[in-house]
Design a protein around this ligand. Sequence first.
Ligand SMILES: [Zn+2]
Length: 126
Amino acid sequence: MRNRRTRHYLAAALGVSILLGMVAGCMIDLTKGRDFGEPPVCQVHARVMRKEKVPLISGYDLYGGDWAQAEREQFPHSDSPRRWDGDLAVHGEHGLAYVCPGCNEARNRWLIQNRPGVARAKGLID
Ligand SMILES: [Zn+2]
């Protein structure tokens, strides 16, 4: 009885780990080949970044051209959806990217100043 339960548990654990492996396999690693040092540090804010899952978008700039420019210059490592010009259907809709807390703060400030509607929808302002 006890053995059977253990086997069930092992089978379930194996299934879960296979499933997780498949999900991770579908995720593009945007951090690959990008060496920001050890630990990785944001080139704008000099703060330590962490690998996080971020949504990917394809073929357009999230909030227009001025957003794209601000993102490049002021918050290149925020957790906002990243542009990915590869095939989303093949690679999935998330990527593993470096995220900097300073970039998230700069991104929030930019949204409040330049896209108050978006900032309100995200709960950044009342
Ligand atoms: Zn940063």
